[in-house]
Design a protein around this ligand. Sequence first.
Ligand SMILES: *[C@@H]1O[C@H](CO)[C@@H](O)[C@H](O)[C@H]1NC(C)=O
Ligand SMILES: *[C@@H]1O[C@H](CO)[C@@H](O)[C@H](O)[C@H]1NC(C)=O
Ligand SMILES: *[C@@H]1O[C@H](CO)[C@@H](O)[C@H](O)[C@H]1NC(C)=O
Ligand SMILES: *[C@@H]1O[C@H](CO)[C@@H](O)[C@H](O)[C@H]1NC(C)=O
Length: 888
Amino acid sequence: MRRPLVRASSGSGWGRLALILSILSLAAAQSSTNTSSVPAVTILLNCGARESKNDAGGRLWEGDEESKFAPAAVANLVSAVASWQDPALPSTVPYMNARIFTAPATYSFAVSPGRYWLRLHFYPANYSQSYQRSDALFTVVSDRYTLLHNFSTSQTADALIQAYLVREFSLNVSSDRLNVTFSPERKSGYAFINGIEVVPMPDMFSTAPLVGTAGTFTISSSTVLQTMNRLNVGGQYIPPTEDSNLSRTWYDDSPYIYGAAYGITNDNGSHNLDYRLIPQYTAPVKVYTTFRSMTSDPKVNVLFNLTWMFYVDANFTYLVRLHFCEWIYPLVNQRVFNIYLNNQTAQGTFDVIGTGAGLGNPVYKDYAIYVPAEKGDSTLFVALQPDTTANPPPQHYDSILNGLELFKLNDSAGNLAGPNPVANIDNQGSDTVVNTPSSSHNSSSKGPVIGAVAGGVAVLGLIIALFCFVRRRRGSSSGGDKPSGWLPLPLYGGNSHTMGSKLSIASGKSGTGSYVSSAPSSFCRHFTFAEIQEATKNFDESRILGVGGFGKVYEGEVDGGTKVAVKRGNPLAEQGIHEFQTEIEMLSKLRHRHLVSLIGYCEENCEMILVYDYMAKGPLRGHIYGNSNLNPLSWKQRLEICIGAARGLHYLHTGAAQTIIHRDVKTTNILLDENLVAKVSDFGLSKTGPTLDHTHVSTVVKGSFGYLDPEYYRRQQLTEKSDVYSFGVVLFEVLCARPAINPSLPREQVSIAEWALHYQRKGMLEEIIDPHLKGKINPESLKKYGEAAEKCLAEQGVDRPAMGDILWNLEFALQLQETAMENKVMDDSTADLIQMSPDYNHVNNLATYAAVDNSTSTSTGGHSLASVDLDDLTPSAVFSQLVNPQGR
Ligand SMILES: *[C@@H]1O[C@H](CO)[C@@H](O)[C@H](O)[C@H]1NC(C)=O
Ligand SMILES: *[C@@H]1O[C@H](CO)[C@@H](O)[C@H](O)[C@H]1NC(C)=O
Ligand SMILES: *[C@@H]1O[C@H](CO)[C@@H](O)[C@H](O)[C@H]1NC(C)=O
Ligand SMILES: *[C@@H]1O[C@H](CO)[C@@H](O)[C@H](O)[C@H]1NC(C)=O
C-alpha cells in the first residue's frame, strides 16, 4: 500500500473518538429541529397574466393582474407574451407571460413572519416589438438585500445555455410583508418577471463550522441564502412536484464531477428508510436512497478523491450541505473518509454510522467556506477521500455521498449578486459556446476538465500519478489563467470550444454503476519523449494540424513513415491527468473501425501526449460547407459517412461493456480518413462546460450549442438518446450544408433542427437541401433519410430510435439511392443487367459481411455497404429489416 497522499487532521484513535462524540451531539441537535413544521400558504404568481392556470406539473399559478400582491395599478403596467416558445421550456406557465417594468415596481406579499423560499422565474425572449430580449437589464431588491444586480437575463441564459432562469433565495421575513422590487438599470432597458414563488419553509439553517478557521458561522435571521446547486447525488432529476411542499428541484450530480473518477452509483430503494435523526422535509426520499460511492477496489480508492466542482462568485461565503445515508456497512469504522472543501479539511475521519445513524437513517452536515476574490474563475471543490490514517484502519477505504446543496450567503452589505457570466460564440460557425462563468476576469476556456468515465485508476494511472503528482499539486486547483489542460479531440478543430464532458456512462443505473476495470491498457503503446520529438521534428510549427486550449496537435511520422496525429497537452496544465488516463483507458479498450484509434501515449517528463491515427481528410464539416477548397460530396458519399458515424456511435452505445454516451456528437467530431471513412472522435477527453453554472441550481447542460437534446437540457437526464438527438442534427446538417446554428439567419432558420423539421413535416425537405444535391437524390432515399433524421429529433428521448435503428434506415436510404442509380444506368445503357432489388442487395451484402475480416485494422478498404463490421450487426436486425423493407 502506498503512503496516503494527505493525512487527515485527526488521525489518532482518541481524536477519532472525540470526533465521533462531537458528531453524535451534532446529530442530536439536528434532530431537535424535527418539531418545526412547514406553514401551509404558498404563493405562485403568474406575472403578466390575468387568469389562474396550471403549469405542466399541475401546480396552479395565480395571474398577477388580479392579485392583491401585485404592484399598485398593475393593470396599467405592461403585460406581454413571449414572441417565441423555446422547446426547452418545461411549461408555458409561468414562462410565456411576462410583466414588464420601465420604472421600479414592487410586489408586496402579505405573509406571516418566518423563512420563505423566494423563487424568481425568468424567460429571456422578445416581448412584443418594443421589448427586445437583450435589452432587459435590471436589479432586484428585497428590503435591505440586493438579490440580483445589473442582471442581464439574455446574457446569463446564453452563457449558461439555458432557455430560462430560476433564481432561488431563502429569506427571513420579520415583518408581515415580503417586498420584491424590480428596477430597470438603463433608460432604454426594462425589467421583467415571468413567475414568482413564495414558499414558506422551516428554519433549516443554524450554524456551520467555517472551514479554514477554527470558527463557526452562524446563519441568523438576517442571513439571506441563494441556492447555487441542489444535487441528488448518484440519482436523477427530481421535479418540484416530487419534493415535499418545499417544491425544490434536485438535479443529477454527474455533470459536476471533477475528473474522470465517477465512482459508482447505487439505488437502494426506499424500504428501511427512516428519518429518525432529521426532519423529513430536509430532502426527499429519492435523495437518500441513491448515492455515489467509490469503486469496489480499495487499492484504487486510496488513489483518488470523489470530487465535485462548482463555479461560484468570488468574495462570498458559501454554505455546503452534504446529505448522507449509509445503506451497505452497518458498523462504525467500516467506511470512514475525509471531507475537503477547496483543499482544506472540512471534516477528517467522517463515518456516517459514527454519527449515530443506522442503515437507512439520513443525516446531513453543514460547512461554511469563504471563497476569496482571486484571479480567474472561482471554483468550489468538494472532495471525499478515504481515511487511511485511522488506527485501527477502517474496514473499507471508501466514501459515500447522497445529496449536496450549495448556498451563497449575503455579504456584509446585504448583497448576493455576482457578475453576469460571459459567453463566447465560436467564430467559426457559432456551433459551440464556452462561457466563462465568472466574468470578472474574462479569460475564456478554462476551468477543469470533467466528464469521462473510468472510476478506476489504472496501473498506468499509478505511474502517471507518481510522475506528475508533484507538478500537479503545484498549481492551485482553481485554475488561474493558465490554459485548462486538455481539450477534447477535434483534432483539427482549432479553436473549438467545447463545453461538455464527452463521455459518460449512463448515470443513474442502479447497481451496475459506472466503473471501468483498472486492467492495464493492453493495446496501447508507450512512446518515449525522444520518439515523439523525432516523429514531430521536435514539434515543428509547420506540422501543426490544430491548436486549442489544450495545446497543439501535430502531424507526425513514426516507424519510418506511418502518419500519426500527436496531441500534446500543455505540460503545465494541471487538470488533464484524469482525462489523460481516461482517454487512454477508454480508447485502448474501444477499438472500432469507426472510432478514431489511439496508437499510444507518452507521459515522460510529465508530458501528456497522445498519439492517434492520422485522419487525412479532417473533420466532416469542412467537406460539407465552409471550405471551398474541398469538392462537395455526393449523396452516396454522404450517406456512407453518416452510416459510418452511426456505426461508431452504435458501438459506443451497445458494443462496450457499458453504455458510453458520447455527449458531443457534431460534424467537427466526425473525422474522415484518406478514403473518406468516417470515424467518431473526441471522447474520453473532455472539458467542463464552464457551464457549470456558477449562478444557481438550474440545468447544467453540456454539449455543443445547436446539437443539444432538449430533454437533457430540460431534465438533465442523460441517456444515449441525447446522442441520437445530436446525430439527427448532424443528418440535417449533412443534407442542408449549413451549420447547426446560424445566428445571422432569420429567427425561424437559426436552428437547423427546427427549420429542417418544419420542412420535413410538410414533406418539403427537398426545398432546403444543399444546392449541390438538387436533382441528384432519389426521392425515396431522401424520404427515408428525412424520416430517420426526424425521428432522431423527437422531443422525448423514449420516442427516438436507437442508433441501431437509424443505422438501418440509413442503410436503406443508401440502398434506395444505389438501386436508383443502377436502374438509371440500365435505362441509359439498356444493358442487360440483372435487376437488383434492395432486398437482394441486402442478402448479398450479408454474405459479404461474413467474409469481411473483422479485424480492428483502421486501414480502409472499400467503404461500400459491404465493409460493414460484423460486431455491430445482429442477424435478427438484418432480417427484420429484410422482412420489412420499409424499415422502422
Ligand atoms: C425569522 O424572523 C423571526 C422574526 O424576526 C424570528 O422569530 C425567527 O427566529 C427568524 N428565523 C430565523 C431562521 O432566523
Ligand atoms: C484529495 O484531496 C486532498 C485535499 O484537497 C488532496 O490533498 C489530496 O491530494 C487528494 N488526493 C488525490 C489522490 O488526489
Ligand atoms: C468583497 O466584498 C466586500 C463586501 O462584503 C467588499 O467591501 C470588498 O470590496 C470586496 N472585495 C473584493 C476584492 O471585491
Ligand atoms: C448579511 O449576512 C450577515 C451574516 O449572515 C449578517 O450579519 C448581515 O447583517 C446580513 N445583512 C446585511 C444587510 O448585511
